[in-house]
Ligand binder design. Sequence first.
Ligand code: PEP
Ligand code: CO
Length: 454
Amino acid sequence: MGTSERWSPDSWRAWPSEQQPEWPDPDALEAVVAQLRALPPLVFAGESRQLRRALAGVAAGDAFLLHVGDCAESFRDLSAPRIRDNLKIMLQMATVLTYGAALPVVKLGRVAGQFAKPRSSPTERVGGLELPSFRGHIVNDDAPEAGARVPDPARLLQAYHQSAARLNLLRAFTKGGFADLRQVHLWNLEFVARSSEGRRYEGIARGIDDALRFMTACGIDLEREHQLHEVDLFTSHEGLILPYEEALTRRDSLSGDWYDCSAHLLWIGERTRDPGGAHIEFFSGVENPLACKLGTAANGDQVVALCERLDPERDPGRLTLIVRLGADGVEDLLPPLIRAVREAGHPVIWACDPMHGNGLLTPEGVKTRRFDDIMRELRGFFRVCRAEGVWPGGVHLEFTGDDVTECVGGVEPVSEGDLGVHYSTLCDPRLNAKQSLDVAFQVAELLAPGRPRR
Ligand code: PEP
Ligand code: CO
């Protein structure tokens, strides 16, 4: 690696860093970092390399990236049913996309470590109170009182153990039979199965049953085909709290390269992507596949500078650019970014996050997003990619397997008046299970075979 003479897991400390909490006791923080450094990695570098190869397939236009999960995982919500239900939705979405678009789907969760939240302002108003902002459970608590908002480094250790527990169950489910394609009906949650999206999904599930029976009748031994019985699910989170990421960064004994072993892929958020900042310095030195969010302020020169820092070798699968430009912005703002990156020769994956550019506040001050805006941004993204001759490589969504009412609209529409019914997000409004499935059906149509790939 060209950066190895000057890069080390702590070299970011000499760079200006955004969004780092003000830890009240820096020695306590360093003591926790030392403890984390002595704990085993959460993922194995070989798995990150496997994801990077799968993403190279996406960069080549031969696969599609499904990058989904909660906005902010909660320490209070470490339950098997929650982990299982979120996985069910992800498997359903992946099934709809694989079946509808006849393409391999790379499954990447915002999961098992998505505990840190960047905030636009250091304080927020809750009720009548002005409080330090909630920064995710890896930093502080969301309770509306000043004491709960003080950053506590012990939370870094809790985040590690919570991630390990979540990842352990996900590995068990995805490798132990739950994700077997013969279970395709079981992934339909009861309240989803009764909806029109759920019935549409059942149609696909029956088609898969028929295909499996047909292959058996042809003499194919399905037991031997491990791809039918297990799923590769990769983990990711926003790499925000740098002491935590540094502590989990290890030199791989096989390749000698550095990997951030807190997750398979790390992404850099819209607020921390300055090419001269600590986050880009840190991630430039690890060999994980990376992603970077791009909002409306991004311009071609900046994005090319980012690509130079994160992908100097121009290696397909290394870097995914996740654009979140808003339904009204995507068609004007995306073409110049694509052209600049293409001209500079970086083989990035272009993915669309139609959530973070479409936030709005209701007159009552509730954060929401309109399902129609989400779909409008996705359609705009596909149109631009096709017009510019690049592969629309993936979607990035915030969802939950719960029957929440946080985003308005959808086939069985959630109205603004419904927002109070079941609104439980810690941060941004998420698609519920039915809305997520609906997005998957519509994206599958946008990707459908017969449409030009490139
Ligand atoms: C997020 O993905 O939760 C997020 C904060 O995104 P962005 O950095 O794009 O605002
Ligand atoms: Co969010």
